[in-house]
Design a protein around this ligand. Sequence first.
Ligand code: NAI
Length: 306
Amino acid sequence: VLKRSFSSSAGRAAIKHVTVIGGGLMGSGIAQIAAQTGHDVTMVDMSEDILAKSKAYIEQSLSRVARKKYKDDPEAGENFMQETTRRLSTNTDTRDAVQNTDLVIEAIIENIDIKQKLFSGLDNAAPQHTIFASNTSSLPIKDLAKSTSRADRFGGLHFFNPVPVIKLLEVIRLPETSDATFQSLVDFGQAVGKTTVEAKDTPGFIVNRLLVPYIMEAVRLLERGDASARDIDVAMKLGAGYSMGPIELVDYVGLDTLKFVIDGESRWNESMPDNPLFNPSPMLNKLVSEGKLGLKTGEGFEIRMK
Ligand code: NAI
């Protein structure tokens, strides 16, 4: 009986209207792909000004998609742009934005207190059936779900940057997440064109749980002076077939972002104290304290070496 109810689609709600909270790098990408695939989308951020910028960014990205997808039919491309932007609205009032929504995807600043406050307010404002999901990379989903009374309708939708390009979506389920909720999240992921994988609510889910220790080991190799940054990157690109080396990857994502996960606000070093892979790195910490954060500041590991 259990098996049958799990594989059945009964009770699984179709997601028609999506509210994306946070119109930054990730939120604007999520809003774009949802609107592009026929969902009605409301994007929420703190000011009209931010939302205008997010919308302009989405329109730019959509016109690239349209040029590629409809290269021989500019009229169809124009229709695609118009239809997609028609489905996308913006709002600065979170409570108002969730009045008639099926799914809320939170993609605001990576701060537990601010996210909890948001979810607790949303819980009072959104209809009963609405599913809540967070796009957090490093905070426990369960700590967000507990600020609501709907843990059965709560999960994680972890997209990757740039959202319109990267095919993967990690769908995170809590022990409390109902089968119907989980299936709705997977269906939604597929509807927006992603390949979904299922992960439990453990630090880093799948991709970052493997990527972060790998990158930290590369940093330690460099720190010990066992190999140069260039040689580490060349070795992993040519020897392991990775498109980017680990050191250039840190420069790309930001040294501060890596520190944030290890011994910054996410404190993986404290949550997994017996695992030396998550020990802080003095070299990383020194560079961050000097404001050398990688590409965004023009100096980092590799960039410094050049
Ligand atoms: P971002 O800084 O580009 O955007 C965050 C947006 O949220 C900003 O526009 C900000 O004005 C808005 N915001 C902040 N507090 C708000 C509130 N209370 N209500 C409404 N809007 C609010 O950040 P980004 O990079 O888009 O990250 C967002 C989330 O996505 C974070 O949880 C992060 O961990 C996660 N994530 C980030 C990835 C990345 O590569 N940047 C990858 C996967 C997940």
